[in-house]
Design a protein. Structure first.
Length: 94
């Protein structure tokens, strides 16, 4: 399994820096690089105050990823990648 976490937008500050009140869009990519399917039953992101983490279903509808995990888990086929999305609002304390 491989996990990457990327910021996919820019802030409103100088040179795209994020400032208080900006919304940071995160993208998480989980890739099963193994030879067998994997049942993912838990996904933890240490960043506090992150919005709901969403997974796009086959129709492009965003669904709450944690709800899917708690219901039945997510099977990631060998060689398959899933992409998750979440948002974070920058605070003065950041």
């Amino acid at each position: 399994m491989q996990l990457t976490k990327n910021i996919i937008n820019s802030g409103l500050g100088d040179n795209g820096a994020f400032v208080e009140g900006d919304e940071i869009d995160y993208e998480f990519r989980i890739i099963n690089r193994g030879n067998s399917n994997v049942l993912l039953e838990e996904f933890k992101e240490p960043l506090e105050d992150l919005s709901t983490i969403y997974l796009a279903d086959d129709s492009g509808t965003l669904i709450d990823f944690q709800e899917v995990l708690s219901d039945s888990g997510v099977i990631i086929l060998a060689g398959e990648e899933i992409i998750l999305q979440a948002k974070y609002i920058v605070k003065a304390s950041d």
